[in-house]
Ligand binder design. Structure first.
Ligand SMILES: [Zn+2]
Ligand SMILES: [Zn+2]
Length: 463
């Protein structure tokens, strides 16, 4: 015997209807469990309980047959079967006769056996034919539902249309630039062995040797808290300390005792020369670049090459040890290596800061290559003639970058602004680099180490 059947036996006096305004007594008691729950949860009169107020925890059971109810139908909680049965019976104005004694117990399984008692049960629990919609009303309701669906679909389509979407042209620009970068940036760095070899040993400046010894400690985050008793200056090693210690040594290699010996210069000059070639190759693949006059192409390349080199070198820059790692251990470049090529901390400190900041932006490759193209296509470079044309090319790439970020870089709301700030940082790095390059190239023993391409691109003579 099921719980429901048990409820149904011997508790028939407790059966006031709680399903709707029409209170009626019923012989059967299938919904007694419902009644009890209702009375417990609402304590007072629940006879006008509207569907909305209906406690969600109340089990939804058909008041007619005990099947799972789907909601209020014609004023009472019923299953779909009893809902349909009531509607059909009312529409046909059917009159049924019970073949038994007129007091059949209606269950889910036998509800088809006696229509008379099932209908009586329907009326007993409060189902009302006034709640049945006419065909017209049904149609109107259907139309309304359909209209709401249509409106929702329309809103969805509008939302979809408002989503930032890359145009075919933008998609092409991105894929072209990514491909151009792949063709001009070999991340195996296998060509580096063809450069004049790096020389780190031998006479070095004091600041450089001090710098080298510091590099093992330069991971600020992990070393700040390791207080080794042996370490005399236990102050946390971070970027600023690192730079201060360089500066204490006097940054200019030219002023130090063996400044004339720039052991890393030949290797790094070859590296820079090689990088310039690659930047030129990249530039030529930027859509629109080759349509510029030769003079404008040269003007753009001459002024932006070092900036693009700084940008692309970020790919090998490592935050762990603040160095550029290009494959073999010999091609891992630390700040001290660059000082041994004639550059001072006035360039290297902001350069490393720039590399750290750029690395932390975690740019996608797409963003990285777009940024390089924007840098190359700056209309405000000295010597540029066709400003408008270059600006139009740059605008197109800037818009592509912004659309890309909106579409594909979650949380990138401020990223575009930060990237543009990096371009401003590059301008001052460029300026400092030019200054240092000029003083280096004025010394014949140093300028003879440079390559013709470096001399041409970084040289100040107007082409
Ligand atoms: Zn039912
Ligand atoms: Zn019957």
């Amino acid at each position: 015997m099921s719980l429901r059947q048990a409820n149904n036996n011997g508790t028939s006096q407790n059966r006031s209807n709680q399903y709707g305004p029409q209170k009626s007594r019923s012989e059967a008691g299938f919904y007694l469990d419902l009644n009890i729950t209702l009375m417990e949860s609402t304590a007072v009169s629940t006879s006008t309980l509207a569907p909305d107020e209906f406690d969600r925890n109340v089990p939804r059971i058909c008041g007619v047959c005990g099947d799972k109810a789907t909601g209020f139908h014609f004023n009472a909680m019923t299953c779909e079967g009893c809902k349909g049965f009531f509607r059909r019976s009312m529409k046909r104005k059917a009159s049924f006769t019970c073949p038994f004694s007129g007091s059949c117990t209606i269950t889910k399984d036998n509800r088809r056996h006696c229509q008379a008692c099932r209908l009586k049960r329907c009326v007993d629990i409060g189902m009302m034919k006034e709640f049945i919609l006419t065909d017209e009303e049904v149609q109107r309701k259907k139309d309304l539902i359909q209209r709401r669906k249509d409106e929702e679909a329309q809103r969805e389509a509008q939302r979809e249309a408002r989503k930032p979407r890359l145009t075919d042209g933008q998609t092409l620009v991105i894929s072209t630039l990514v491909e151009a970068h792949h063709k001009t940036f070999d991340d195996s760095y296998s060509d580096f062995s063809r450069f004049r070899p790096p020389v780190r040993e031998g006479p070095v400046t004091r600041s450089a040797s001090r710098a080298a010894s510091l590099h093992s400690l330069s991971d600020a985050s992990s070393d700040s808290f390791s207080h080794s008793p042996e370490s005399v200056d236990a102050k946390p090693v971070n970027f600023n300390n690192l730079m201060m210690m360089y500066q204490e040594q006097g940054g200019s290699p030219d002023s130090s005792e063996d400044g004339s010996r720039l052991s890393m210069l030949p290797h790094l000059a070859d590296l820079v020369s090689y990088s310039i070639q690659k930047v030129i190759g990249f530039a030529k693949m930027i859509p629109g670049f080759r349509c510029l006059t030769a003079d404008d192409q040269i003007a753009l390349l001459k002024s932006s090459a070092i900036e693009v080199i700084m940008l692309r070198s970020n790919q090998s820059f490592s935050l762990e040890d603040m160095s550029w790692s290009c494959g073999a251990p010999d091609f891992k470049y630390q700040i001290s290596d660059v000082t041994k090529a004639g550059h001072t901390l006035e360039l290297l400190e902001p350069l490393v800061k720039f590399q750290v900041g750029l690395k932390k932006l975690n740019l996608h490759e797409e963003e990285h290559v777009l940024l390089m193209a924007i840098c190359l296509l700056s209309p405000d470079r000295p010597g540029v003639q066709d400003h408008a044309r270059i600006e139009a090319l740059q605008d197109n790439i800037s818009e592509t970058l912004q659309a890309y970020i909106r579409l594909s870089h979650p949380g990138g709301r401020l990223l575009y602004a930060k990237m543009i700030q990096k371009l401003a940082d590059l301008r001052s790095l460029n300026e400092e680099h030019s200054k240092q390059y000029r003083s280096l190239s004025f010394q014949p023993e140093h300028s003879m180490q440079l390559t013709p391409l470096v001399l041409e691109v970084f040289g100040s003579e107007v082409s």
